[in-house]
Design a protein around this ligand. Structure first.
Ligand SMILES: NC(=O)c1ccc[n+]([C@@H]2O[C@H](COP(=O)([O-])OP(=O)(O)OC[C@H]3O[C@@H](n4cnc5c(N)ncnc54)[C@H](OP(=O)(O)O)[C@@H]3O)[C@@H](O)[C@H]2O)c1
Length: 262
């Protein structure tokens, strides 16, 4: 097994009670890191993951400071920040832009974009001091917006731009910043009652199982399959590693070939 040279380092992962975030926490722990896991609820998966749960709502203005304070207390410092938190837009997925409301748009921007802006601002002094790194979660929909609710795609577009700008400003101060843009990944975002799968199914009058079978191809995923959260987590571990020391300001697609442009 490749040694990623992460043993003894620390990470904070946002949105880590399930899905991709929980898989990331699990992977980083397996690589020898100590991990603070941010979420609003303490799930069974999080309880048994070995991560330190940090229960806070990151859309609340004081959420990021609370996350940082507890992470410092519990871990002694933070080397890697993974801004994984995001999602939303299920209602618009079923109905379309004209039925979307200001409230839905601001909720989606709060969850996907402003939580990242505030969390990054809170953690940067710590990361500058420790010459740490950041991995931010965008989505392939930032580059192919018709594959998702528009508010979500637009918020992820803002994430990609933000991430690149932070890389440029803070790279010279020793902080490495990269972005991951997944295609469809099989998590509760798709499978939960009221999630993307259920909303698509209701709009088309088909079963959720049918939607989950059809969606990757419909979204142009060349492999025809959802990604597994563990595959995304492995990419996060690599980008967090000193072995990725020359990878900076990059935006990694993990989308089964859905983005067709070079
Ligand atoms: N799944 C996909 O197909 C896909 C595709 C492209 C990009 N992505 C991106 O990948 C990331 C992870 O997606 P996922 O599918 O793993 O999502 P998920 O299964 O819906 O999990 C979201 C996580 O965020 C936490 N969370 C939600 N609201 C929160 C809040 N206000 N404050 C703190 N924590 C909160 C949730 O826990 P609590 O509810 O307990 O707070 C949960 O741990 C997101 O940025 C998403 O946009 C996903």
């Amino acid at each position: 097994m490749m040694d990623l040279e992460l043993a003894g380092k620390t990470a904070v992962v946002t949105g880590a009670s399930r899905g991709i975030g929980l898989a990331i926490a699990t992977e980083l722990i397996a690589s020898g890191m100590r991990v603070g896991a941010g979420a609003r609820t303490l799930t069974d998966g999080l309880k048994t993951s070995g991560a330190v749960p940090i229960i806070t709502d990151l859309t609340a203005p004081d959420g990021p400071a609370l996350l940082l304070d507890q992470a410092r207390d519990e871990l002694g410092g933070v080397d890697v920040l993974v801004n994984n938190l995001g999602g939303g837009g299920e209602t618009e997925m079923a109905t379309g832009f004209l039925d979307s409301t200001d409230r839905e748009w601001s909720e989606i921007f709060d969850l996907n974009f402003f939580s990242m802006v505030r969390t990054t601002r809170a953690f940067l002094p710590e990361l500058i001091q420790r010459r740490g790194s950041i991995v931010n979660f965008s989505s392939m929909t930032a580059r192919i917006p018709h594959t998702s609710p528009l508010a979500y795609a637009a918020a992820k577009g803002a994430v990609s731009t933000f991430s690149k700008g932070i890389a440029e400003e803070f790279g010279p101060r020793g902080v490495r910043v990269n972005t991951i843009s997944p295609g469809p990944v099989l998590t509760e975002q798709w499978t939960a009652p009221g999630g993307y799968g259920a909303q698509y199914a209701a709009a088309r009058n088909v079963t959720v199982e049918q939607v989950l079978t059809d969606i990757p191809r419909e979204m142009g995923v060349t492999t025809g399959a959802f990604a597994d959260p563990r595959q995304v987590a492995a990419l996060v571990a690599f980008l967090s590693s000193p072995l990725a020391g020359a990878v900076h300001g990059a935006d990694y697609a993990i989308d089964g070939g859905a983005i067709k442009t070079v």
